[in-house]
Write a protein that binds this ligand. Structure first.
Ligand code: SOE
Length: 377
Protein backbone atom coordinates (compact mmCIF):
# COMPACT_ATOMS: atom_id res chain seq x y z
CA UNK A 1 0.00 0.00 0.00
CA UNK A 2 1.24 3.50 -0.81
CA UNK A 3 2.37 5.53 2.17
CA UNK A 4 1.91 9.29 2.36
CA UNK A 5 4.79 11.67 2.86
CA UNK A 6 3.32 14.96 4.04
CA UNK A 7 5.23 17.92 2.70
CA UNK A 8 5.43 21.31 4.37
CA UNK A 9 7.14 23.79 2.07
CA UNK A 10 8.57 27.12 3.26
CA UNK A 11 8.80 29.71 0.46
CA UNK A 12 6.90 29.85 -2.79
CA UNK A 13 9.09 31.56 -5.37
CA UNK A 14 10.64 30.10 -8.50
CA UNK A 15 12.04 27.09 -6.63
CA UNK A 16 8.76 26.58 -4.78
CA UNK A 17 7.13 26.12 -8.17
CA UNK A 18 9.71 23.64 -9.43
CA UNK A 19 9.42 21.56 -6.24
CA UNK A 20 5.62 21.67 -6.13
CA UNK A 21 5.42 20.59 -9.73
CA UNK A 22 7.78 17.71 -8.94
CA UNK A 23 5.75 16.51 -5.95
CA UNK A 24 2.61 16.58 -8.07
CA UNK A 25 4.13 14.77 -11.05
CA UNK A 26 6.19 12.08 -9.39
CA UNK A 27 3.41 9.52 -8.68
CA UNK A 28 2.29 9.72 -12.32
CA UNK A 29 5.65 8.54 -13.60
CA UNK A 30 7.37 6.63 -10.77
CA UNK A 31 5.92 3.61 -9.02
CA UNK A 32 7.06 4.21 -5.43
CA UNK A 33 6.19 3.17 -1.91
CA UNK A 34 5.78 6.80 -0.83
CA UNK A 35 3.56 9.42 -2.37
CA UNK A 36 4.06 13.12 -1.54
CA UNK A 37 1.04 14.93 -0.16
CA UNK A 38 1.09 18.71 -0.40
CA UNK A 39 -0.06 19.38 3.18
CA UNK A 40 0.98 22.99 3.66
CA UNK A 41 2.93 25.86 2.19
CA UNK A 42 4.26 28.73 4.26
CA UNK A 43 4.90 32.37 3.37
CA UNK A 44 4.53 35.70 5.14
CA UNK A 45 2.06 37.20 2.69
CA UNK A 46 -1.21 35.38 3.50
CA UNK A 47 -2.96 36.32 0.28
CA UNK A 48 -0.06 35.44 -1.99
CA UNK A 49 0.66 32.16 -0.27
CA UNK A 50 -3.02 31.17 -0.43
CA UNK A 51 -3.00 31.89 -4.17
CA UNK A 52 0.08 29.70 -4.53
CA UNK A 53 -1.55 26.94 -2.47
CA UNK A 54 -4.65 27.04 -4.69
CA UNK A 55 -2.58 26.91 -7.87
CA UNK A 56 -0.46 23.94 -6.84
CA UNK A 57 -2.90 22.03 -4.67
CA UNK A 58 -1.62 22.56 -1.12
CA UNK A 59 -4.22 21.62 1.48
CA UNK A 60 -3.42 24.48 3.86
CA UNK A 61 -1.22 27.53 4.42
CA UNK A 62 0.84 28.94 7.26
CA UNK A 63 2.33 32.40 7.62
CA UNK A 64 4.75 31.48 10.42
CA UNK A 65 7.32 28.82 9.50
CA UNK A 66 7.73 27.78 13.15
CA UNK A 67 4.09 26.76 13.25
CA UNK A 68 4.59 24.69 10.12
CA UNK A 69 7.61 22.93 11.61
CA UNK A 70 5.66 22.22 14.81
CA UNK A 71 2.73 20.59 13.00
CA UNK A 72 2.27 16.88 13.70
CA UNK A 73 0.85 16.24 10.27
CA UNK A 74 4.07 17.28 8.45
CA UNK A 75 6.75 14.65 7.70
CA UNK A 76 9.20 16.65 5.59
CA UNK A 77 10.12 20.32 5.48
CA UNK A 78 11.13 21.72 2.12
CA UNK A 79 13.19 24.90 2.48
CA UNK A 80 13.03 27.19 -0.57
CA UNK A 81 13.81 30.57 0.94
CA UNK A 82 16.89 32.82 0.74
CA UNK A 83 20.13 31.28 1.96
CA UNK A 84 20.37 33.29 5.19
CA UNK A 85 17.28 31.45 6.49
CA UNK A 86 18.36 27.89 5.71
CA UNK A 87 20.28 27.20 8.90
CA UNK A 88 17.65 28.24 11.41
CA UNK A 89 14.86 26.46 9.58
CA UNK A 90 16.82 23.28 8.93
CA UNK A 91 17.94 22.98 12.54
CA UNK A 92 14.40 23.59 13.82
CA UNK A 93 13.06 21.01 11.36
CA UNK A 94 15.67 18.45 12.44
CA UNK A 95 14.92 19.06 16.12
CA UNK A 96 11.23 18.50 15.35
CA UNK A 97 12.17 15.16 13.75
CA UNK A 98 11.23 16.21 10.22
CA UNK A 99 12.99 15.12 7.05
CA UNK A 100 14.54 18.06 5.23
CA UNK A 101 14.87 18.98 1.57
CA UNK A 102 16.84 22.22 1.38
CA UNK A 103 17.50 24.48 -1.60
CA UNK A 104 21.11 25.09 -2.63
CA UNK A 105 23.60 26.22 -1.55
CA UNK A 106 23.26 24.47 1.79
CA UNK A 107 24.01 27.63 3.77
CA UNK A 108 25.73 31.02 3.87
CA UNK A 109 29.07 29.40 4.69
CA UNK A 110 30.74 26.21 5.94
CA UNK A 111 30.22 26.98 9.64
CA UNK A 112 26.46 27.23 9.16
CA UNK A 113 26.40 24.16 6.91
CA UNK A 114 28.30 22.13 9.51
CA UNK A 115 25.69 23.03 12.15
CA UNK A 116 22.96 21.90 9.79
CA UNK A 117 24.71 18.59 9.11
CA UNK A 118 25.16 17.94 12.80
CA UNK A 119 21.52 18.74 13.57
CA UNK A 120 20.22 16.47 10.81
CA UNK A 121 22.62 13.66 11.70
CA UNK A 122 21.86 13.91 15.44
CA UNK A 123 18.14 13.73 14.71
CA UNK A 124 18.70 10.90 12.23
CA UNK A 125 16.39 12.52 9.68
CA UNK A 126 16.66 12.07 5.91
CA UNK A 127 18.16 15.15 4.30
CA UNK A 128 19.07 16.35 0.84
CA UNK A 129 20.02 19.54 -1.00
CA UNK A 130 18.40 20.35 -4.33
CA UNK A 131 21.37 20.23 -6.69
CA UNK A 132 18.99 19.31 -9.47
CA UNK A 133 21.39 19.24 -12.42
CA UNK A 134 22.81 15.90 -11.25
CA UNK A 135 19.50 14.48 -12.35
CA UNK A 136 19.49 15.64 -15.93
CA UNK A 137 19.62 12.21 -17.62
CA UNK A 138 22.56 13.29 -19.81
CA UNK A 139 24.50 14.46 -16.73
CA UNK A 140 23.78 11.21 -14.88
CA UNK A 141 24.92 9.38 -18.02
CA UNK A 142 28.15 11.41 -18.02
CA UNK A 143 28.75 10.24 -14.45
CA UNK A 144 28.10 6.61 -15.46
CA UNK A 145 30.48 6.88 -18.41
CA UNK A 146 33.26 8.37 -16.25
CA UNK A 147 32.67 5.73 -13.55
CA UNK A 148 32.89 2.98 -16.16
CA UNK A 149 36.46 4.08 -16.88
CA UNK A 150 35.82 4.81 -20.58
CA UNK A 151 37.61 8.15 -20.33
CA UNK A 152 40.66 6.62 -18.64
CA UNK A 153 42.81 9.01 -16.67
CA UNK A 154 41.13 12.42 -16.42
CA UNK A 155 43.24 15.44 -17.32
CA UNK A 156 40.81 18.37 -17.43
CA UNK A 157 37.44 19.36 -15.98
CA UNK A 158 36.06 22.64 -17.34
CA UNK A 159 32.73 24.23 -16.39
CA UNK A 160 30.89 27.49 -17.01
CA UNK A 161 27.63 28.94 -15.76
CA UNK A 162 26.86 32.15 -17.63
CA UNK A 163 23.94 34.54 -17.26
CA UNK A 164 23.26 38.18 -18.12
CA UNK A 165 20.30 39.28 -15.98
CA UNK A 166 22.04 41.77 -13.66
CA UNK A 167 23.82 43.98 -16.19
CA UNK A 168 21.40 46.94 -15.86
CA UNK A 169 22.76 49.48 -13.38
CA UNK A 170 19.29 50.46 -12.21
CA UNK A 171 18.36 46.94 -11.15
CA UNK A 172 17.78 47.14 -7.39
CA UNK A 173 19.24 44.65 -4.94
CA UNK A 174 17.48 42.79 -2.13
CA UNK A 175 13.88 41.83 -1.45
CA UNK A 176 11.56 39.62 -3.42
CA UNK A 177 13.08 38.09 -6.57
CA UNK A 178 16.26 40.14 -6.11
CA UNK A 179 17.65 38.71 -2.87
CA UNK A 180 20.35 36.92 -4.90
CA UNK A 181 22.02 40.32 -5.32
CA UNK A 182 22.05 41.04 -1.60
CA UNK A 183 25.00 39.50 0.26
CA UNK A 184 23.11 39.64 3.56
CA UNK A 185 20.49 37.26 2.16
CA UNK A 186 22.53 35.23 -0.33
CA UNK A 187 25.96 35.03 1.31
CA UNK A 188 27.67 35.37 -2.04
CA UNK A 189 26.83 36.09 -5.66
CA UNK A 190 27.55 33.77 -8.54
CA UNK A 191 29.82 31.58 -6.42
CA UNK A 192 27.04 30.26 -4.19
CA UNK A 193 24.28 30.62 -6.74
CA UNK A 194 25.77 29.27 -9.95
CA UNK A 195 29.28 27.91 -9.40
CA UNK A 196 27.85 25.82 -6.55
CA UNK A 197 25.95 23.83 -9.20
CA UNK A 198 29.11 23.37 -11.26
CA UNK A 199 31.08 22.35 -8.18
CA UNK A 200 28.43 19.89 -7.03
CA UNK A 201 28.43 18.19 -10.43
CA UNK A 202 32.24 18.22 -10.59
CA UNK A 203 32.72 16.69 -7.13
CA UNK A 204 30.16 14.03 -7.98
CA UNK A 205 31.67 13.11 -11.33
CA UNK A 206 35.37 13.85 -10.89
CA UNK A 207 35.94 13.58 -7.12
CA UNK A 208 37.31 15.98 -4.52
CA UNK A 209 39.08 19.30 -5.05
CA UNK A 210 42.28 19.93 -3.10
CA UNK A 211 43.02 23.64 -3.62
CA UNK A 212 41.76 26.64 -5.55
CA UNK A 213 42.93 29.97 -6.92
CA UNK A 214 40.14 32.41 -7.74
CA UNK A 215 39.29 35.90 -8.83
CA UNK A 216 35.96 37.66 -8.39
CA UNK A 217 34.61 40.99 -9.58
CA UNK A 218 31.69 43.18 -8.62
CA UNK A 219 31.03 45.27 -11.72
CA UNK A 220 28.24 47.43 -10.31
CA UNK A 221 29.42 48.66 -6.95
CA UNK A 222 26.24 50.30 -5.64
CA UNK A 223 22.56 49.59 -6.12
CA UNK A 224 19.36 50.78 -4.55
CA UNK A 225 18.08 48.30 -1.99
CA UNK A 226 14.54 47.27 -2.87
CA UNK A 227 13.47 47.10 0.79
CA UNK A 228 15.12 50.23 2.25
CA UNK A 229 15.03 52.40 -0.89
CA UNK A 230 18.61 53.45 -0.06
CA UNK A 231 21.60 53.18 -2.39
CA UNK A 232 23.85 50.61 -0.77
CA UNK A 233 27.18 48.93 -1.42
CA UNK A 234 26.93 45.73 -3.48
CA UNK A 235 28.90 43.00 -1.73
CA UNK A 236 28.16 39.99 -3.88
CA UNK A 237 30.49 38.66 -6.58
CA UNK A 238 29.04 39.39 -10.02
CA UNK A 239 31.60 37.14 -11.68
CA UNK A 240 33.98 34.48 -10.45
CA UNK A 241 36.65 32.44 -12.17
CA UNK A 242 38.76 29.83 -10.46
CA UNK A 243 41.22 27.11 -11.21
CA UNK A 244 41.83 24.09 -9.03
CA UNK A 245 43.45 20.70 -8.60
CA UNK A 246 41.35 17.59 -8.15
CA UNK A 247 42.40 14.64 -5.97
CA UNK A 248 42.69 12.50 -9.10
CA UNK A 249 45.42 14.78 -10.49
CA UNK A 250 43.24 16.55 -13.05
CA UNK A 251 43.06 20.32 -13.46
CA UNK A 252 39.83 22.27 -13.11
CA UNK A 253 38.77 25.56 -14.65
CA UNK A 254 35.46 27.16 -13.66
CA UNK A 255 33.83 30.42 -14.71
CA UNK A 256 30.56 32.00 -13.72
CA UNK A 257 29.11 35.43 -14.34
CA UNK A 258 25.86 37.33 -14.59
CA UNK A 259 27.46 39.67 -17.13
CA UNK A 260 27.78 37.42 -20.18
CA UNK A 261 25.45 39.31 -22.51
CA UNK A 262 23.34 36.87 -24.49
CA UNK A 263 23.62 33.97 -22.08
CA UNK A 264 20.60 33.30 -19.87
CA UNK A 265 21.55 30.07 -18.11
CA UNK A 266 24.41 28.53 -20.04
CA UNK A 267 25.71 25.78 -17.82
CA UNK A 268 28.28 23.71 -19.67
CA UNK A 269 30.98 21.25 -18.69
CA UNK A 270 33.63 19.31 -20.55
CA UNK A 271 35.81 16.49 -19.26
CA UNK A 272 38.92 15.41 -21.15
CA UNK A 273 40.35 11.99 -20.44
CA UNK A 274 43.16 9.89 -21.85
CA UNK A 275 40.84 7.83 -24.08
CA UNK A 276 37.72 9.94 -24.47
CA UNK A 277 36.03 13.25 -23.71
CA UNK A 278 32.54 14.29 -22.75
CA UNK A 279 30.73 17.59 -22.95
CA UNK A 280 27.30 18.81 -21.94
CA UNK A 281 25.32 22.03 -22.35
CA UNK A 282 22.21 22.95 -20.37
CA UNK A 283 20.70 24.70 -23.39
CA UNK A 284 20.69 21.31 -25.11
CA UNK A 285 20.23 19.35 -21.92
CA UNK A 286 18.99 16.11 -23.44
CA UNK A 287 22.20 15.65 -25.42
CA UNK A 288 25.62 14.42 -24.36
CA UNK A 289 28.58 14.84 -26.65
CA UNK A 290 31.15 12.07 -26.55
CA UNK A 291 34.44 11.61 -28.34
CA UNK A 292 36.14 8.22 -28.23
CA UNK A 293 39.71 7.95 -29.49
CA UNK A 294 39.26 4.18 -29.84
CA UNK A 295 36.85 4.69 -32.75
CA UNK A 296 38.15 3.77 -36.20
CA UNK A 297 40.02 6.86 -37.42
CA UNK A 298 37.98 7.43 -40.59
CA UNK A 299 34.75 7.77 -38.61
CA UNK A 300 36.23 9.21 -35.42
CA UNK A 301 34.60 12.41 -34.20
CA UNK A 302 32.30 13.89 -31.59
CA UNK A 303 29.12 11.84 -31.22
CA UNK A 304 25.98 13.65 -30.25
CA UNK A 305 23.99 11.28 -28.05
CA UNK A 306 20.29 12.04 -27.79
CA UNK A 307 19.67 10.81 -24.25
CA UNK A 308 16.12 9.54 -24.60
CA UNK A 309 16.41 5.75 -24.65
CA UNK A 310 14.85 3.60 -21.95
CA UNK A 311 18.25 2.18 -20.99
CA UNK A 312 19.61 5.68 -20.33
CA UNK A 313 19.17 7.21 -16.86
CA UNK A 314 15.57 7.93 -15.79
CA UNK A 315 14.24 7.72 -19.36
CA UNK A 316 12.29 4.49 -18.90
CA UNK A 317 9.89 6.55 -16.73
CA UNK A 318 8.97 8.98 -19.49
CA UNK A 319 7.86 8.72 -23.10
CA UNK A 320 9.24 6.56 -25.89
CA UNK A 321 12.78 6.69 -27.31
CA UNK A 322 13.46 9.89 -29.22
CA UNK A 323 11.09 12.04 -27.17
CA UNK A 324 12.95 14.27 -24.78
CA UNK A 325 12.31 15.79 -21.37
CA UNK A 326 13.47 19.06 -19.81
CA UNK A 327 14.47 21.18 -16.82
CA UNK A 328 11.45 20.49 -14.61
CA UNK A 329 12.03 16.75 -14.79
CA UNK A 330 15.31 17.07 -12.88
CA UNK A 331 13.27 18.02 -9.81
CA UNK A 332 10.84 15.15 -10.39
CA UNK A 333 13.86 12.82 -10.44
CA UNK A 334 15.18 14.28 -7.23
CA UNK A 335 11.83 13.72 -5.49
CA UNK A 336 11.65 10.18 -6.89
CA UNK A 337 15.15 9.40 -5.62
CA UNK A 338 14.33 10.95 -2.26
CA UNK A 339 11.21 8.81 -1.90
CA UNK A 340 13.09 5.70 -2.96
CA UNK A 341 15.89 6.50 -0.50
CA UNK A 342 13.57 6.86 2.47
CA UNK A 343 11.75 3.65 1.51
CA UNK A 344 15.07 1.79 1.51
CA UNK A 345 16.46 3.69 4.50
CA UNK A 346 19.38 4.89 2.40
CA UNK A 347 20.89 8.41 2.23
CA UNK A 348 19.66 10.51 -0.65
CA UNK A 349 22.52 12.20 -2.45
CA UNK A 350 23.52 14.93 -2.25
CA UNK A 351 23.00 14.79 1.50
CA UNK A 352 23.73 17.82 3.69
CA UNK A 353 27.25 16.36 4.17
CA UNK A 354 27.77 16.11 0.40
CA UNK A 355 26.55 19.67 -0.05
CA UNK A 356 28.91 20.81 2.70
CA UNK A 357 31.80 19.65 0.49
CA UNK A 358 30.54 22.01 -2.22
CA UNK A 359 30.25 24.77 0.37
CA UNK A 360 33.87 24.17 1.41
CA UNK A 361 34.98 24.76 -2.17
CA UNK A 362 32.80 27.91 -2.41
CA UNK A 363 34.26 29.31 0.81
CA UNK A 364 37.81 28.55 -0.35
CA UNK A 365 37.09 30.22 -3.70
CA UNK A 366 35.85 33.40 -2.01
CA UNK A 367 38.79 33.42 0.43
CA UNK A 368 41.22 32.95 -2.43
CA UNK A 369 39.72 35.81 -4.43
CA UNK A 370 39.85 38.07 -1.38
CA UNK A 371 43.50 37.29 -0.56
CA UNK A 372 44.69 36.69 -4.12
CA UNK A 373 46.15 33.43 -2.84
CA UNK A 374 45.85 29.67 -3.36
CA UNK A 375 43.56 28.19 -0.72
CA UNK A 376 43.39 24.60 0.48
CA UNK A 377 39.84 23.25 0.52
C1 SOE B 1 19.69 32.20 -10.77
O1 SOE B 1 19.19 32.97 -11.79
C2 SOE B 1 19.21 30.76 -10.90
O2 SOE B 1 17.82 30.73 -10.83
C3 SOE B 1 19.81 29.91 -9.78
O3 SOE B 1 19.41 30.36 -8.50
C4 SOE B 1 19.44 28.47 -10.00
O4 SOE B 1 20.01 27.65 -9.00
C5 SOE B 1 19.93 28.04 -11.38
O5 SOE B 1 19.59 26.71 -11.62
C6 SOE B 1 19.35 28.92 -12.46
O6 SOE B 1 19.64 30.26 -12.16
Amino acid sequence: MTKSLNIGMIGYGFMGRTHSNAYNRVPNFFDLEYRPVLKAVCGRNAEAVQKFADTWGYESVETDWRKLVARDDIDAIDICVPNNLHKEMAIAAAEAGKMILCEKPIAMNVAEGEEMCQAAEKAGVANTVWYNYRRVPAVTLAKQIVDSGKLGRIFHYRANFLQDWTIAEDLPQGGEALWRLDAAAAGSGVTGDLLAHCIDTALWINGGITDVSAMTETFIKQREHQLTGKVEQVSIDDACTFMCHFNNGSLGLFESTRYARGHKALYTFEINGEHASIRWDLHDLHRLEYYDHADESIVRGWRNIHVTDGDQPYMDHWWVPGLQIGYEHTFVHQVADFLEGIAKGEPVRPTFRDALETQKVCDAVLASAKDRSWQQV
